[in-house]
Write a protein that binds this ligand. Sequence first.
Ligand SMILES: NC(=O)C1=CN([C@@H]2O[C@H](COP(=O)(O)OP(=O)(O)OC[C@H]3O[C@@H](n4cnc5c(N)ncnc54)[C@H](OP(=O)(O)O)[C@@H]3O)[C@@H](O)[C@H]2O)C=CC1
Ligand SMILES: O=C1OC[C@@H](O)[C@H](O)[C@H]1O
Length: 376
Amino acid sequence: MQPPVPSTFRTRLLDLNFIPRFTSSQRSSQLNQKNTTMTLRWGILGPGRISYKFAHDLVHVERAQRASQSVTAIASNSNIANATSLAQKLGIDATCFGTYDALIESDSCDVVYVGTPNNTHFDLACKVLHAGKHLLMEKPFALTVEETDKILELAAEKKLFVMEAMWTKFNPVFTKCRELLESGVIGSVTRVRSDLSYLFPRDDPGMVRIYDPALGGGVLLDIGIYALTWPLALFGAPVSSTSKCVKADTGVDIADSVLLEYPGFVAYATCSGLTNQVGTNTGTLTNPAIFIEGTLGYVSVNQADQPTKLVATTWEGTIIEEFTYEPKGFGMSLEADHVLACVEASKIESPVHTWDDTKLMSRMLAGTLEENGILF
Ligand SMILES: NC(=O)C1=CN([C@@H]2O[C@H](COP(=O)(O)OP(=O)(O)OC[C@H]3O[C@@H](n4cnc5c(N)ncnc54)[C@H](OP(=O)(O)O)[C@@H]3O)[C@@H](O)[C@H]2O)C=CC1
Ligand SMILES: O=C1OC[C@@H](O)[C@H](O)[C@H]1O
């Protein structure tokens, strides 16, 4: 058991003095993703569901710079056949390993993507960095604030690129939302609602990692992280936060609501594994996942993790802007391309999803769970 997060969570959020999100200097420092020349060799740890999608997009989504990225290594920790079957499914000739350590210690790749259960993230991150490889870590970055800070300290010491795979930050709908808010077309923000809910059946064998506390389960870390990403990425650290959760029989949280106080408005981030969010999964805007109200109008976004549609409307009913995005493949190539551009530019930190962003999220997640008696 890791040491508990101190109960001064709210104070710490304020003390951290996080930089407000998306200043013009940050935007101008965003990388030109088209002029990359290096070849980046990817290694994949954990040949499971998300690794398949991520590797698929690396291999199969057509983009100008795609030729300079390849999946050269895949590792399973339980059976090498899982790795070889993923390589076959992808139609690639990758070196396959029967343990994660063997891949990490090999010379088969430059950057490692970690797609394994949450409880494994910290140890794997440390091993990857000690082996001198760059790291793209699936969300949540780690289970505790202490783990998060240690990984980032190690990355700074080793001068290696590290990013949490918060792919939503690279989604054009998210970028459009941020631009609309900054343009002032809906006036001053007065209220924010943000929701991601998927039904996670208790008896589904594929849901073990959600329900098992030993695997770092619970819905806050799995999907609540997306609901929280919108207010945190758009408005920065809240002045304060408070939360409630409902627990499953295993003790993990299976539904959460977090209330975030900002100067002049509140944001409400919620998630549930007990119900599918009505509207979200059919892509309609009748029940938008993200609903941002302002003094002049509102912005609706259809989905929190992979949004495809946004509408901005005045309170009088005039549509200000409609924006639609059609993801290629599983929608993960934009974050992969960003990693390539960062490594090519010798950056160790993404200017789009920064280490402070990851630290803030880590504090929000740990603080919320602690407030509800859940400690990792
Ligand atoms: N960005 C996104 O949209 C998504 C991100 N995720 C994140 O990705 C990570 C993995 O999720 P997902 O792909 O759904 O997971 P899976 O249940 O598919 O497991 C991934 C791999 O981890 C290993 N593994 C599975 N169960 C265990 C276990 N009990 N103990 C140790 N290793 C195990 C297996 O690989 P092996 O062959 O090595 O045993 C498995 O293939 C999580 O951190 C999750 O939060 C998940 C879904 C979507
Ligand atoms: O990141 C995720 O997004 C989609 C969900 O289905 C999944 O459980 C989660 O890990």
